[in-house]
Design a binder for this molecule. Structure first.
Ligand code: NAP
Ligand code: ZN
Length: 346
């Protein structure tokens, strides 16, 4: 066992505060990581405030972890001391079910979340708002040398959460892709879809971040507060990725899809969304779909793609003592575009 320092939520809706806890002793297939940076995902807030139910407290959030290897077990072959590595949303997965070799482990029942989960011994997992962690080799990612660790950290959740559906629904040349919400996930979606060669449109609540969206590679930018947007863009898109974590009405967005178009939901609304009018689907053979993070194999593919295309998040680095104010600012959509905690401030 080793003592770790971090910040934890002691209970639902209570502010995060300094917290000391024990990490398990490393085993032969484990990698020990000195955490340098951790991104602040909106999911950290949903879970620390128990908005999805079933949260485990005290909770050390954080699943956009970037750091450096400090030790490896005797069976570890992929990593060595000094390597720059990342850890994303899960640290273990199903070892028994029939689908386990299909690189879809994020959808398997045995998934162990990086925090707010339970490991094989039944102990609560603790995330990246801390100074070090011990992770099985198979759940550790390599961060390309040309990407700075602070701005690469958000790739471990925001990056893969957009890369996976963009790949699955074949974003690329000749495809019109819209991203709803220019936040942490959304701004990664614009950068990735643009790099894949798609024609990219941002659908944001206002035009206040238009210059940023265009800098990330958006070809078009519309305010959803303007009703004319929904008239102008009827039947426009092959793929819409919805990153909004609030209960907005999805019907007007579905009407922006072409025949056979798909809207993929990645944001998790904090309340029930209005029911879907079947005619908006039936009338143009449209699909409504969902997607959750990505497999370890696909996450490494995404990191390598970002290395080749020099893609990282646009970040605001914060002191960990400012984490509660940062949570409040994320909820108000007041962040450009991801907070990243500098763990040297612990
Ligand atoms: P974020 O940084 O807060 O971004 C969400 C964006 O949605 C905001 O920047 C805002 O964009 C827009 N928005 C917020 N409230 C809105 C409202 N009431 N109406 C319309 N648009 C609104 O959050 P994030 O970290 O990107 O996460 C987004 C959601 O994805 C969260 O629910 C999170 O839990 C979920 N998530 C899912 C996965 C997955 O695997 N599926 C992974 C990570 C996160 P504009 O200002 O441009 O309108
Ligand atoms: Zn996340």
């Amino acid at each position: 066992m080793s003592t770790a320092k971090g910040y934890a939520a002691p209970a639902a809706k209570a502010p995060l505060q300094p917290f000391t806890f024990e990490r398990r002793a490393p085993l032969a297939d484990d990698v020990s990581i000195d955490i340098h940076y951790c991104g602040v995902c909106h999911s950290d807030i949903h879970q620390a405030r128990d908005e999805w139910g079933g949260s485990i407290f005290p909770m050390v959030p954080g699943h956009e972890v970037a750091g450096v290897v400090t030790a490896v077990g005797s069976n570890v072959s992929k990593f060595k001391v000094g390597d720059r590595v990342g850890v994303g949303c899960f640290v273990d997965s199903c070892t028994v079910c029939a689908n386990r070799n299909e690189d879809l482990e994020q959808y398997m029942p045995g998934l162990v979340q990086t925090y707010n989960g339970r490991d094989a011994a039944g102990e609560p997992t603790m995330g990246g708002y801390s100074n070090h962690m011990v992770v099985k080799e198979g759940y550790v990612l390599s961060i390309p040398d040309n990407l700075p660790l602070d701005a690469a950290a958000p790739l471990l959740c925001a990056g893969i959460t957009l890369y996976s559906p963009l790949k699955h629904w074949k974003a690329g040349p000749g495809k019109k892709v819209a991203i709803i919400g220019l936040g942490g996930l959304g701004h990664m979606g614009v950068k990735l879809a643009h790099a894949m060669g798609a024609e990219v449109t941002v659908l944001s609540q206002s035009l206040s971040k238009k210059a940023d969206g265009e800098r990330f590679g958006a070809d078009h930018y519309y305010a959803t507060s303007d009703p004319a947007t929904f008239e102008k863009l009827q039947s426009e898109f092959d793929l819409i990725i919805n990153t909004v974590g609030a209960a907005i009405d999805w019907n007007p967005y579905l009407q922006l899809l072409k025949i056979d178009g798909t809207m993929t939901v990645v944001g998790v609304p904090d309340a029930q969304v209005p029911s879907i009018n079947p005619f908006v689907l039936i009338g143009s053979r449209r699909s409504l779909a969902g997607s959750m993070i990505g497999s370890i194999k696909e996450t490494q593919e995404m990191l390598d793609f970002c290395g080749e295309h020099d893609i990282v998040a646009d970040i605001e680095v914060i002191d960990i003592k400012d984490i509660n104010a940062a949570f409040d600012r994320v909820v108000k959509s007041d962040v450009r575009f991801r907070f990243v905690i500098d763990m040297a401030t612990l």
